[in-house]
Design a protein around this ligand. Structure first.
Ligand code: ATP
Length: 365
């Protein structure tokens, strides 16, 4: 039988990005081995701050095109504190990839697992299972993604622009409503909250206006609203009441770290960045220079991002066996924590990157 074969562009990047990517590919291959019915071919692409230091380029020649040709892109983490552009900003080719491939939908699950230290005392915190959907191509990152876009940048003043466009926002809200529908079908909350600051910024009022327009096509989804400052409060006070939250780029950047903190730490924060044609998957954390090279990183954010990649490929290609493989990984993480077999150092446990990965491989095989 001819099994479908998917091309995966792999950018390991810097610091712990390398280790967590290796862990992810091993786990994906184990899940694939269990489910069967598809193959993955990995194409290693070079990029990152270490590469910039030696070459003056943040990605190897041809790497962007190769990433664009792949069925999905997996990225470890990019950035090193001592390597910067002349203006002090970090090496961030992934921001350019977001822009090039119009990866407007940043999907960041925030889910509590058993035995992972919870920062909230309320027992309902065990029920936290929400998604932060962060617009990822415009908003307040619009000028940050391309340095030459700053309208004013001189010795006396620098401005950044918060840009909300109709085409991107329509697609983002449609994506959010569909995501809420899919979660409802799986028995989850199925509500969608528009997080903004529509009472202060015209751009945010526009964001909310388009949310209301698109909502007309999704009458089955419960529609809610929250200002971003109130949402920060509510993520601490009653996060278990939320399902999908859709928001502008910078708000999503901040609240998704808060979300990661709520359910343990950055080592659990998975991320998918999805556009109409392309999908890039990476842990939401950075290269963590403070623990790099020490086998201390928790690889689960990357591994759960890998599971999201399989889900994405399943939907894109209509091949449900990839979603089954994603389910195998998610179930193994869930069971691993419930049985106390996964004890990452990040949470005071005794298991480094290798030990967590090996245990997960055992759970899967
Ligand atoms: P970026 O700006 O790219 O998000 P950063 O330097 O602000 O990067 P991280 O690299 O994510 O942030 O690191 C933030 C903190 O979280 C560090 O103390 C780091 O050690 C810790 N951390 C991040 N990822 C992990 C992980 N996978 N396992 C354990 N600790 C992690």
């Amino acid at each position: 039988m001819n099994e479908p074969n998917f091309q995966i562009a792999v950018i390991r990047g810097d610091g712990i990005g390398v280790d967590v990517t290796d862990a992810t590919l091993a786990v994906i291959e184990a899940a694939r081995g269990r489910v069967g019915g598809f193959r993955l071919t990995y194409n290693d692409l070079i990029g990152g701050a270490a590469y910039y230091r030696e070459s003056g380029q943040d990605m190897a020649p041809g790497a962007e095109d190769a990433a664009g040709d792949a069925d999905a892109i997996f990225l470890g983490a990019i950035g090193l504190p001592e390597v910067r552009h002349e203006d002090g900003t970090e090496i961030s080719p992934h921001l350019r990839l977001r822009e090039m491939f119009q990866l407007y939908a940043g999907v960041r699950p925030v889910k509590a697992y058993p035995n992972v230290p919870c920062r909230l005392a309320d027992p309902r915190a065990a029920e936290i299972d929400l998604i932060i959907l962060r617009e990822s191509t415009e908003g307040l990152f619009y000028t940050a993604a391309a340095h030459n876009r700053n309208p004013v940048a001189n010795d006396d003043e620098v401005q950044d622009v918060l840009r909300i466009t109709r085409p991107t926002t329509e697609k983002l809200h449609d994506f959010a409503f569909r995501l809420a529908q899919r979660r409802k079908a799986k028995g989850r909350g199925g509500s969608l909250t528009c997080v903004d600051k529509a009472n202060v910024f015209r751009s945010m009022a526009f964001f909310r206006q388009i949310f209301d327009e698109r909502a007309e096509n999704f009458p089955d989804v419960e529609r809610r609203y929250n200002y971003v400052d109130a949402q920060a409060l509510d993520l601490i006070r009653r996060p278990w009441e939320f399902d999908v939250l859709v928001m502008e780029n910078m708000f999503g950047d901040i609240l998704s770290d808060l979300g990661g903190g709520l359910v343990g730490g950055m080592g659990m924060a998975a991320c998918g960045e999805i556009g109409d044609e392309h999908g890039l998957f990476q842990p939401a954390h950075g290269s963590a220079p403070d623990i790099m090279g020490q086998d201390k990183a928790n690889p689960l954010a990357a591994i759960l991002s890998g599971a999201m990649m399989l889900d994405y490929l399943a939907e894109k290609s209509d091949q449900p066996q990839l979603a089954d493989a994603a389910g195998v990984i998610e179930d193994a993480v869930q069971a691993g924590f419930a049985e106390n077999r996964l004890r990452p150092m990040e949470f005071g446990g005794d298991m480094g990157t290798t030990a967590v990965t090996d245990e997960l491989l055992d759970l899967i095989r």
